[in-house]
Design a protein around this ligand. Structure first.
Ligand code: URA
Length: 245
């Protein structure tokens, strides 16, 4: 059992004050009867709550993905920089928190949730959830790095990095003859600035970084700055990946 206004907020119908207003306006019904009081207790498992006639489904936890744009810091609040929360609608801010972090100048796939156990599972180094990044580099990657990265390398931490898969991409040659170098790197841990530090060991500075995927979840269908809810299957798959490794 829970208060109606809490239920409505959890269903992302609006903020606490907005949902109180909706109740006052008669927009909310409980089992077909217009609700009058925000504090009325409802059973989220049994009662049928509608908002302007549309049935609301109660979800304790929410899971979203965002195509983070470069320039936003991965934080809930920051006094100097714009945060990834500003890329989300107001009703999700204050509810979700980022799962791990991407650097301010990194773009790509960022998960957000209010499920602390899920966050812990995805980030825990013992669970080895794979993340794939595409890097633009100032120098060509030496081919020997493929073998080195697959064995694990010293990036100045106590332990070597876990085995990582490196794919060197063809150079992009511009009209003026200048070249851009690129590589795709899949890692299964999330150390501080890990991708940048790994490339720096082979003499390459990362000049652009994008996270393409986490486990089987990709950016497909999203443009920079767009977000969407994960499907129950996607959430399950991420949990499963974490649980079984
Ligand atoms: N590795 C980095 O160096 N930066 C990121 O944002 C993510 C992984």
């Amino acid at each position: 059992m829970m208060r109606l206004d809490k239920f409505l907020c959890d269903c992302r119908a609006g903020t606490r004050s907005e949902v109180k207003k909706y109740i006052k306006q008669g927009a909310i019904s409980v089992n077909g009867v217009i609700a009058k009081r925000p504090e009325v207790k409802i059973d989220e498992a049994k009662d049928q709550i509608t908002f302007h006639g549309k049935l609301l489904e109660y979800e304790k936890f929410s899971y979203y993905m965002l195509y983070k744009e470069a320039g936003y810091v991965t934080a809930v609040s920051d006094s100097r920089h714009k945060t990834v929360m500003e890329e989300l609608p107001e009703n999700l801010r204050g509810v979700l928190t980022p799962v791990g972090r991407l650097d301010q100048d990194t773009e790509g796939l960022l998960l957000l949730t209010n499920d602390g156990a899920f966050t812990h599972h995805i980030l825990s180094p013992t669970h080895h959830v794979e993340k794939t990044y595409e890097a633009k580099l100032d120098n060509p990657v030496p081919p020997t790095a493929v073998e080195d990265f697959s064995r694990g390398i010293d990036i100045g931490d106590e332990d070597l990095t876990l085995p990582a898969e490196l794919v060197i991409l063809p150079d992009v040659i511009f009209d003026d003859g200048t070249r851009e170098y690129g590589a795709r790197l899949t890692i299964s841990e999330g150390r501080y600035h890990q991708v940048k530090r790994m490339f720096s060991t082979v003499g390459c500075k990362v000049i652009g970084l994008k996270r393409l995927s986490i486990h089987t979840l990709t950016l497909e269908g999203l443009s920079p700055g767009e977000y969407r809810k994960l499907t129950p299957e996607e959430v399950q798959s991420l949990w499963g990946e974490a649980n079984h490794m």
